[in-house]
Design a protein around this ligand. Sequence first.
Ligand SMILES: NC(=O)C1=CN([C@@H]2O[C@H](COP(=O)(O)OP(=O)(O)OC[C@H]3O[C@@H](n4cnc5c(N)ncnc54)[C@H](OP(=O)(O)O)[C@@H]3O)[C@@H](O)[C@H]2O)C=CC1
Ligand SMILES: O=C1O[C@H](COP(=O)(O)O)[C@@H](O)[C@H](O)[C@H]1O
Length: 514
Amino acid sequence: MAVDVKPDPATLGENPLIEGLERLPVPATTLTIFGATGDLAHRKLLPALYNLAHEGALPERFNLIGISRREMPDDEFREVARNAIKQYSRREPDATVLEGLLSRVRYVGFDFADVESYKKLKTLIEELDEDGGGKLNRDFYLSTAPEFFPVIVKALKDADLNYDPDVDVRCIIEKPFGVDLESARELQSVVEHVFRESQVYRIDHYLGKETVQNVMAFRFANFMFEPVWNRNYIENIQITAAEDIGIGTRAGYYDQAGALRDLVQNHMLQLLTLVCMEPPASFEADKVRDEKVKVLHAITPPTPEEVRQCTVRAQYTAGDEGGEDVGGYLEEEGVPDDSRTETYAAIKLEVHNWRWAGVPIYLRTGKRLTRKVTEIAVQLKPVPHLAFQSQGSVGVQPNQLVLTMQPNEGVSLSLGAKIPGSSMRIRPVNMEFLYGSAFMSQSPEAYERLIMDAMRGEATLFTRNDEVLAQWAIIDPILKAWDADKGKLHTYESGSAGPTAADELIAPHKWRGL
Ligand SMILES: NC(=O)C1=CN([C@@H]2O[C@H](COP(=O)(O)OP(=O)(O)OC[C@H]3O[C@@H](n4cnc5c(N)ncnc54)[C@H](OP(=O)(O)O)[C@@H]3O)[C@@H](O)[C@H]2O)C=CC1
Ligand SMILES: O=C1O[C@H](COP(=O)(O)O)[C@@H](O)[C@H](O)[C@H]1O
């Protein structure tokens, strides 16, 4: 049974999100991207800026400064940006919009550690600000390896770029914010020495995804689910972030990070907080963050013994990716032969509060799994009494609610329904809402929403310091126990659903099929 939600004719063909963004004016802005020639800038940030320009959402007076190590004239960087946008934009670029955007682009090449060069940057920013008039925005986007975050932040202060009474200065910091609890605290102490918390925008791009925000809409804009959203009705929750691709060319970063730091510490714990938080009083940044932090604080960091029982880590071996034979993780370029970095992690957690006590929450993520899927599956308890059993009914399953973030964005609820015929036989059917058909428009990329929000000073979809530290407090003991325990690194074949040890972790429950 597919229940097709018909689009509201009033919004047909329009994108409600962008419509909302356009209406809010953004002051003249100079956005500086540190790491402008990197993978993230190339694949996500520059295309996102193009799409914002295309939607008419960028401020009229918008300037972009790209910074990275290599020297090149403005025009050469414009060509780099043009190619990146053509290759990765979600829509075919319009030549007029693209050239209009590129005409506002400048480039400065210097080593991030070279403090003298920040003076050059300051001169350029002040020059660009001159035609700004009125209120000004100055946003610094740190899209480079995390080791440079403190270096850049300190240099911005030394160059007096962190504060100006006539300008809203903001610092957007990519993930990961630190590599463990201690380094996150150290980074925070540098950041808070230079910026006020209200100036800092820590990115977790999952929060920018429409479907992730829809978790809150689904829970708090509908009356019917909240009464069952607790330990009395919910058996377990499974959060999956599976990828079919391997690590590609990112060995330098990934081999240091592993799946736990790369996805669990940030994106997956954020999904968990959205599923488990109490309804916030309003969608105002700190109200939402306060509720999320309470959830994180209610998760007791595991002891070494609990880590042994409640976590599984594994590495992919040779197998299949998209129908092609591929080598294992240890054969990837740049990965040391003896690397023990996990490309798969599964964890069982519990939120120790009145609502969730006793409900296991399973998280799993991995590279080179069967397919790409990000979803939250809420498994309800079985009905207390099955009236049809004596009449030979088959296939009665507990209800399952699945919020899919990607690829088929939407919500699906499994229900037991009578199979047509004379006997009372039941089988599960799905009631589905799909974003694509309901709103008939393509969702904006997460980075479009986040860049726009940062420029507007809207912090709800960014993580606060105490949130990031609470996330690390859960992950840190696992990292330490895994480091100390040299024995248990499982393997799984590329293209498979993951290691069999993960099935033992979730027993007596079962993972949803990939
Ligand atoms: N790539 C992705 O899919 C994702 C990345 N992220 C995060 O985004 C950030 C950037 O990642 P990514 O783009 O992949 O990294 P890359 O390694 O691809 O890019 C790094 C950038 O930093 C520049 N750079 C490096 N060292 C210096 C230096 N000493 N001085 C000046 N410039 C320097 C590089 O310039 P040059 O080319 O001149 O060396 C390049 O522009 C990281 O924090 C990552 O965790 C988050 C989510 C996804
Ligand atoms: O942050 C990261 O996310 C991507 C997955 O993002 P998605 O939007 O495609 O789900 C992951 O591939 C990468 O390793 C990680 O750094």
